[in-house]
Design a protein around this ligand. Structure first.
Ligand SMILES: Nc1nc2c(ncn2[C@@H]2O[C@H](COP(=O)(O)OP(=O)(O)OP(=O)(O)O)[C@@H](O)[C@H]2O)c(=O)[nH]1
Ligand SMILES: [Mg+2]
Length: 269
């Protein structure tokens, strides 16, 4: 019996069994990816969905979630329901890593959802839609492509308001959120992760609504790869333009002196 229990645990326990069932067609499979800035509650929201503490949470400025992590849960009954795979990702605007490295770590989640993504949850702490969130949404759109936005729900954490939609439609909501982002996103939901059961029900209802509205259409793996290629090409063009500008400047103005710490260390020409 102990041997059987050990084997069961080694194969992932209940979630391993659910995945195996899903692979054999017994359960429908869906994927949601949790994204956003560092520290606003991505991992906690993932834990709320999974109904248990799967992801490590933190309070620091550096993302506790480096790379990505995966949790699973079943919704709508364990035999005829849906097996959701939740992928928790590194925070954009991580102050401890260069932007390129964050983009590389973010993109790696794609290897764990080759069949695409049903929904992205972009997590924002309620009352804190700031320039950093705007930059993070821009980074998300540039890393995952515009197509990802219509699969994305804005999830406000630390949020216990009942009239979220009315607030978001009013002048109380930041203009850029109202006019620039919400029209391109799939909707918004507010949760307080401290109230896990209520929060879980709200998130699941929002996820099911999104899947139904999009008629099961998934964000594809190819869209992600195409967005990454476009971003790399734009970056290379930017570098090339910079190199050309320096060359041009050198032709016109003679010696180029590179100064470090106020002292010339390298002379050219
Ligand atoms: N009261 C309250 N606290 C929350 C809520 N959501 C998250 N927290 C807390 O916020 C802190 C940060 O949460 P995390 O889930 O680690 O945030 P994260 O976005 O995953 O952070 P990184 O992985 O570091 O980028 C933790 O202390 C959580 O307990 C919420 O809805 N209400
Ligand atoms: Mg985290």
């Amino acid at each position: 019996m102990a041997e059987f229990t050990d084997q069961f645990a080694e194969n992932g326990g209940i979630s391993g069994l659910m995945e195996a069932l899903a692979m054999h067609g017994g359960l429908q499979q869906r994927v949601c990816v949790v994204v956003g800035v560092t520290g606003d509650g991505k991992s906690t929201t993932g834990n709320t969905l999974c109904g248990r503490d799967v992801f490590e949470t933190s309070t620091g400025l550096c993302s506790a979630t480096r790379g990505h992590a995966i949790g699973t849960y079943t919704a709508g009954g364990s035999l005829h329901g849906t097996l959701w795979r939740v992928i928790d990702t590194i925070g954009f605007e991580d102050s401890c890593l260069p932007q390129d490295e964050v983009a590389r770590l973010f993109g790696a989640f794609a290897d764990d959802c080759m069949d695409g993504v049903d929904a992205f949850l972009f997590v924002v702490k309620w009352g804190r839609f700031k320039p950093e969130h705007e930059r993070a949404l821009d980074a998300f759109a540039s890393n995952a492509g515009e197509d990802a936005l219509r699969h994305t729900l804005l999830v406000f954490t630390h949020c216990d308001v009942d009239n979220l939609d009315a607030i978001l439609a009013s002048d109380a909501a930041p203009k850029s959120l109202r006019e620039r982002w919400l029209p391109r996103l799939a909707g918004a939901v507010g949760v307080d992760n401290e109230q896990r059961l209520v929060a879980r029900a709200r998130l699941q209802t929002a996820l099911d609504g999104l899947v139904a509205r999009l008629k099961n259409e998934r964000y594809s793996h190819d869209s992600l790869r195409a967005a990454q290629k476009r971003r790399d090409a734009a970056r290379e063009a930017d570098r090339e333009a910079f190199r050309a500008a320096v060359l041009d400047w050198r032709k016109k103005d003679g010696p180029l002196v590179v100064e470090r710490f106020g002292r010339p260390v390298e002379k050219d020409k």
